[in-house]
Design a binder for this molecule. Sequence first.
Ligand SMILES: [Zn+2]
Length: 95
Amino acid sequence: MKKKKLPERTCVGCRQVKAKKELLRVVRDPLGVISIDPTGKRAGRGAYICPSPACLEKAIAGKRLERALERPIDAALLETLKEQLAVEPSGRDNV
Ligand SMILES: [Zn+2]
């Protein structure tokens, strides 16, 4: 068996390095629209974040998300991203 190195990315919220598949991609598409990209394949500039609202808030409070995406993030967009994060099933523990 060949051992493959998993791609790793740093969460822009808590700044922990994690396997790429454990993180969510936030993308700014060529039109400048910022959204969560569950496929990780959308065109545009991306940043990675844990599937957790706490990390999203930290990333925005520390201005790391807007710096990574080179776009200001306003309160309305924050709410939209939180909603998209909430519907992303990988961020849920099945209780
Ligand atoms: Zn995180």
